[in-house]
Design a protein around this ligand. Sequence first.
Ligand SMILES: NC(=O)c1ccc[n+]([C@@H]2O[C@H](COP(=O)([O-])OP(=O)(O)OC[C@H]3O[C@@H](n4cnc5c(N)ncnc54)[C@H](OP(=O)(O)O)[C@@H]3O)[C@@H](O)[C@H]2O)c1
Length: 219
Amino acid sequence: MEPVDAQTMRQIDLKAQETFGIPELLLMENAGRETAQVILEILNGKKGTVAFFCGKGNNGGDGFVAARHLFLQGRPVALFFIGEETRLKGSAKINFGILKRFRCPLYTLPQGSLLEETLSRTAPLIMGVDALLGIGLKGEVQEPYRSAIECINRLSCPILAVDIPSGLCATTGKVLGCSVKASQTVTFGLPKKGFYVGEGPQRTGKVIVRNIGYPQELL
Ligand SMILES: NC(=O)c1ccc[n+]([C@@H]2O[C@H](COP(=O)([O-])OP(=O)(O)OC[C@H]3O[C@@H](n4cnc5c(N)ncnc54)[C@H](OP(=O)(O)O)[C@@H]3O)[C@@H](O)[C@H]2O)c1
């Protein structure tokens, strides 16, 4: 599999939607369910709370779906939404609404700096899932994500990054101000160029590639 830059991956995603008629919501569902599957494989029967750290874009949306699937299976989860709920839109907003109605343990933190203290009041974690920022990251990481990333990097449990570690440039492998240091990364469609250059290899951990319904001819 040939690694791609962020722009090429976005084009593949767009073509899947526009040429093949696959709705964004369906791609997000597949991405979240694949992520949940990978989490269960990594945990391999180990019990404990999995924390999801989600942003307001579609990367966060993948995290909402993954949390729902683990919750549905009776696994203890805690979801930390970093940002303002009013800024959610599209498929991510829909999935956030579903999660709320499921009564999944959910914390909305408008400031990333609130994460550390909130985590200290929740059960010990066996895994953290980073779904703050994906390939839609532009420029240096800003608040509220910066503080949240610093907090995630202080956790002692393994971290699984969704699609790409937050803060890493998918194209150049540069850390854009700060970045999650993941133990593993589950990435969708194709691996990203930035995983193999610059600081990428130190940030992604083991890379797991999953198809989320993209037609083979697009990949
Ligand atoms: N079709 C799908 O549903 C589908 C398919 C495959 C994968 N995905 C997932 O979606 C991701 C891409 O989703 P996306 O395009 O919505 O982008 P994203 O990676 O979720 O990032 C976009 C969000 O990050 C914010 N942001 C961008 N640059 C920032 C910075 N420097 N500092 C702080 N915040 C920043 C944006 O805020 P502003 O808008 O305010 O700038 C926006 O809320 C992929 O990585 C993958 O995880 C989705």
